[in-house]
Design a protein around this ligand. Structure first.
Ligand code: ADP
Length: 586
């Protein structure tokens, strides 16, 4: 049904556009009229494109990319159908964040058009989307608040402002909302919640705060951590009110008790929340200004914040406002920026969404904002390097081991992310292999995605798998035999692992994924106080400037615990909105 709807929407879009983009006809026919199809492999599935052409015009572009990353595949399909119609050539720009899917769509469209007799170089020469190339239109908007960024923190703040009747605009530089939040898989940490009470889980805000400080090597700002813990149960209640319930509670690394709250249906918390937030914003009548990047915070002659400058592909905006909420996320996708603060990370791949480029940090600094813990960057230890696909911790949690190129284990695989990453970097080549078996694959849905994307190697015996990996077969076989003994005895005498030992690895086929650490979360950022006011280098709040989420530093210290990023965005997103409302005197 969803697929049909997507096809229908794309078709509607494309048909609607045909009339708008048709131009004067060239002399020789470009196509043999008719309907043609093409196909090319995306990340997970083949992407299909159908085109309908007249002699001189691409009239319809139908794209089916629904088997790809659920949200991005659909967005890429819609955007590229529009772009191809507009340009009248398949050679259009990829949708950032969905590059592989975009390339597959372009390849499939090229194939279909070539079947229609097109000479693609002629289509490129005649391309129709370059327009006059003239200056952008200028537009000025007057409002009360500008929210920059529509990830988890920005959308939370937007719902709060709308519910309070505040006039605001929300800017998002990508063609889609969600940012890094979409990628969060685990859940949201919260203490003393009604869900914990209903499930007889004893917890306290003090314990949540203590665990977070310990996890962050006590580098965290303890006042921010206390605010996060003390407001976490309220945030869960608020999520209930907007139809984003997180009732499923389980254990997550670094917590003393079961504290991580997840959606009932087992879906990834990020995708779930982004969908619910988007639906709520639509219901409330809020339009996110997509593909509109804030470029600068503007001030008057006395240096007082007066708004934001922003750019969309065709318009330069001046948005006059009394308050601004920075919700631009981190800088894990900006190699130049993270290597400035951490030269040792040069060349490290990233798991981050492409919009995580640190814009909010740079814009706030121009107004004198102070930064905290900016060099604290979390690496995720299991990232496949050619695709940046993150191999979820659950694979190790369910029983996988890590081996190096010599075929031996080298760490307790379930230590904190920073410790496992460090251990990997100390191995020959600075990489390792995640090894698991068919039994584990059968129990963990996420693995299907890895297999489909072609990053797994598999063999019916450990020895053959070892050969594929260029590892000595006898050594890998012994490592597996030793591991299975450890599971049997529930005692890891080598590395002291105590979790993820419920099942041995004895069911063929056996699997391996080559991995190394990848940039995951930037813990540092702009300095805020407990009211989410941005603090300048003199220790004073910058009037009217608020920030929430990954753009800020201080909450996570030197290491972020799983479940605390989502807590951070919802709790501080709400606080930033409340503070902005108070600042307006409402
Ligand atoms: P958080 O978890 O803190 O909410 P996310 O990464 O989920 O952070 O969301 C941040 C959002 O901000 C992303 O969607 C990103 O594309 C967007 N963004 C980043 N810089 C800008 C900018 N200059 N203008 C508008 N949006 C931006």
């Amino acid at each position: 049904m969803k697929k049909l709807l997507c096809l229908f929407l794309t078709l509607t879009l494309a048909l609607a556009s045909a009339a708008a983009f048709s131009e004067a006809q060239p002399e020789a026919p470009l196509f043999t009229p008719g309907t043609y199809s093409g196909e090319a492999q995306g990340i997970f599935v083949p992407v299909k494109v159908m085109v309908r052409v007249s002699e001189n015009e691409i009239q319809t572009v139908l794209i089916d990319a629904t088997g790809e990353t659920p949200s991005l595949g659909g967005i890429a399909a819609e955007k590229l159908a529009m772009s191809i119609m507009k340009a009248q050539t398949p050679n259009v720009d990829a949708v950032s964040g969905a590059t592989v899917t975009s390339k597959a769509i372009i390849a499939a469209a090229t194939q279909a058009l070539e079947k229609a007799g097109a000479d693609i170089s002629v289509l490129d020469k005649n391309r129709k989307d370059k327009g006059s190339g003239g200056a952008k239109a200028e537009k000025s908007i007057d409002t009360e608040v500008v929210i920059i960024g529509a990830g988890g923190a920005g959308m939370t703040a937007a719902i709060m402002l709308k519910q309070a009747g505040i006039d605001f605009v929300i800017l998002e530089k990508m063609p889609y909302v969600g940012g890094n939040t979409t990628k969060a898989t685990g859940g949201m940490n919260a203490s003393e919640t009604h869900y914990q009470k209903e499930q007889d889980i004893p917890d306290s805000n003090a314990l949540f705060a203590a665990d977070t400080m310990k996890g962050g090597h006590a580098l965290n700002d303890s006042s921010l951590v206390a605010v996060m813990a003390n407001n976490s149960a309220d945030a869960i209640d608020w999520l209930d009110t907007i139809g984003a319930e997180l009732p499923k509670i389980s254990f997550s690394g670094g917590a003393t008790v079961n504290r991580i709250h997840a959606p009932a249906d087992g879906s990834g918390v990020g995708e779930f929340l982004v969908n619910r937030f988007s639906a709520k914003l639509t219901e409330l009548g809020v339009d996110v200004m997509l593909e509109t990047a804030a470029t600068e915070l503007i001030t008057d002659a006395e240096g007082k914040l007066t708004g934001v400058k922003a750019e969309s592909p065709d318009t330069a905006y001046t948005i006059n406002a009394k308050a601004v909420i920075l919700a631009t996320g981190g800088f894990g996708a900006n190699e130049e920026m993270y290597t400035t603060y951490r030269p040792d990370l040069k060349g490290t791949v990233t798991t981050n969404a492409p919009g995580a480029t640190g814009d909010g940090i740079v814009m706030a600094q121009a107004l004198g904002a102070d930064l905290v813990d900016i060099e604290q960057i979390q690496l995720h230890p299991t990232v496949e390097q050619t695709t940046s696909i993150l191999i979820t911790e659950s694979v190790r949690g369910d029983g996988a081991i890590l081996v190096n190129q010599s075929g031996v284990r080298f760490t307790n695989e379930l230590l904190t992310r920073d410790a496992v990453s460090k251990a990997e970097l100390a191995q020959e080549g600075s990489y390792a292999y995640v090894i698991f078996d068919q039994n584990l694959r059968d129990h963990l849905k996420a693995i299907e995605k890895y297999v489909k994307s072609g990053i797994t190697m598999q063999a019916d015996t450990i020895e053959v798998l070892a050969e594929q990996l260029n590892i000595d077969p006898a050594t890998l076989a012994k490592t597996l035999a030793d591991w299975n003994e450890i599971v049997k005895n529930q005692r890891d005498t080598q590395f002291g692992r105590t979790t993820g030992m419920n099942a041995d690895l004895t069911t063929p086929p056996y699997y391996a994924i080559k991995i190394a650490p990848g940039i995951h979360h930037t813990m540092g950022g702009v300095k805020i106080d407990t009211a989410a006011e941005v603090i300048n280098t003199e220790g004073k709040a910058i009037p009217g400037l608020f920030a929430a989420g990954e753009v800020c530093g201080g909450v996570h210290g030197g290491n972020r615990l799983g479940g605390n990023a989502v807590a951070d965005i919802v709790i501080f997103g709400r606080i930033a909105a409340e503070s902005a409302i108070a600042y307006l005197g409402k």
